[in-house]
Design a protein around this ligand. Sequence first.
Ligand SMILES: Cc1ncc(C[n+]2csc(CCOP(=O)(O)OP(=O)(O)O)c2C)c(N)n1
Length: 663
Amino acid sequence: MTSREQHDRMANAIRFLSMDAVENAQSGHPGLPMGCADIATVLFTRFLKYDPKNPHWPDRDRFILSAGHGSMLLYSLLYLTGYEDITLDQIKHFRQLGSRTAGHPEYGHAAGIETTTGPLGQGLANSVGFALGERIMNAAFGNDLVDHYTYVLAGDGCLMEGVSQEAIALAGHLKLNKLIVFWDNNNISIDGPVSLADNTDQVARFQASGWNASHIDGQDPEAIAYAIEAARHSDKPTMIACKTTIGFGAPTKAGTNKAHGSPLGAEEIAGARKFFGWDSPPFEVPADILDAWRVAGKTGVEARTDWEGRLAKADAKLKGEFERRIGGTLPANFDAVITDYKKKLSQDKPKVATRKSSEMALEIINGAVPETIGGSADLTGSNNTKTSQTKNITSDDYGQRYIHYGIREHGMAAALNGLTLHGGIIPYGGTFMCFSDYARPSMRLASLMSIRSIFVMTHDSIGLGEDGPTHQPVEHLAALRAIPNHNVFRPADAVETAECWQLAIEQEKTPSTLALTRQNLPMVRNDFVAENLSRQGAYELAAANGDAAVTIFASGSEVEIALAAREALEKHGHPTRVVSVPCFELFDKQSADYRKKTIGNAPVKIAVEAGIRQGWDHFIGTDGIFIGMTGFGASGTIEQLYPHFGITAEATVKAAEARLHGE
Ligand SMILES: Cc1ncc(C[n+]2csc(CCOP(=O)(O)OP(=O)(O)O)c2C)c(N)n1
């Protein structure tokens, strides 16, 4: 049992490391770590199940610093408890180029950083995925292998962000009782007191969403411990409203926004030293305190070795499957299953919408890959995300494979990231492509974190028809393609859809978006080819009869138009080739030779896509012809809309011939 004095000195080690690192960097946020040091100390010395020497142990508790600007809190904890990635030298290089101690915690920079946080609210919303992932894996593998908590530290900012409502409503609904959130209730944000902009009764708000919530003194270790203990035995998720003082100990800045996000300055730090009776020089933690922290960092060893013992004794098949899923590798027969399915498609030649071919591909994938977890933001029947294997996950049954996320696109995308980061799960979730805007902040973070979250975006153009311009994506393909490390797939038929799904499932370090049509499409890949042609990102689908005068590039639903235009141009004596472009990003990764050959040197280059031109110059050059959208869509039937916006084979032929005739 830690004495109060010992607790205080351990907490002060966090405070001073944070103050010193921010001062040294002349940049960063000292206020949160100083206010939340007690919460962190109680959690990491008395409750959290973790082992710094085995930081990826799958059954560890997760700690998520949703208020990512307080990154020095996390870095201090990781250093003090003995994580090898975060040395004192790293702390001294806080926020410097090339260090692991980035401005905000970045997943992949150091073990112990469970997710990238900084955009407020994301960590909290990820935690729903983490906590649900724990329940899903628990249902699959039992208490012996999966039984851990997800702890979150969120600030006022996290709770003010809209995504927090989506997250807490979902967590409450799913009764994720092993999710425990500390709210750093310090009444301060950047502009000043929170009351400038918010008067929400947060405890009542969480309670209304199905949580336990109560107020405590967030700087009283016993109150914190008592609240955590109660939370661990709850049948609901818990929010502990922890009253703290931002910048606690800074003589004039504590309790004010001046402690939020800038170095305190030498004078304030000297005052804090006096206040806490801390006489060690900067970056020095007294040996007995560092020892006490290192001892705390070893308390999980027994739990970890016990767990390893249980894993070793587990049924060989269960153990093998657990290790495969946690390792992120696919079942050995995955490729063969897809190849067989492609063979069948070449025989059946289904003329269906790609959202339907996606469902058909998922039926095969979900049968072969038990770790996929599907879902949709209340558009299941439209996104075609449900298959025979995916029954509903409910608070009574986490052993199923489908999540009704409700009308919560952002919360869904953030939860997908949490599910992915938890490990053992490949999640996908659907909505209308236009509403990728609502999910985009989390989609971007999936890319930044290099994780396998899969976004199913149906109704991918004006082709959706009567719902009109509010629902018709125009700039979305370009906008999603603009995100680095994000594969945007726009398959043209059932075969390409199967291929794109295969690629999305395969990519361990790149999230994927599948852009899928509402409208039916013919098969454009009629002959079986075992090779995944979409893997190249773009490939010649139809060759020209002779030296190509025209090359038409197209993606998704517009490949059909390109092929029809080619037929007409060939008839008129203009050799024309068609290149299908299911994925810009994968094409960019091909060799220069392949790219050159695929783009070719036909005098006339045309791209057809029912979206904006941005990005296509890459294929057609700035002098190429683009057949697509230049503004918003309109409400009407698909039969009216394509001609209305001039996206037709006739328009393509006319534009090509005008160019060929030198007009
Ligand atoms: C989505 C998003 N918007 C804005 C910011 C900029 N920002 C960083 S911290 C902060 C204030 C947060 O206040 P609070 O959560 O109370 O943190 P504290 O002041 O207690 O450290 C803001 C607006 C951000 N990081 N993320």
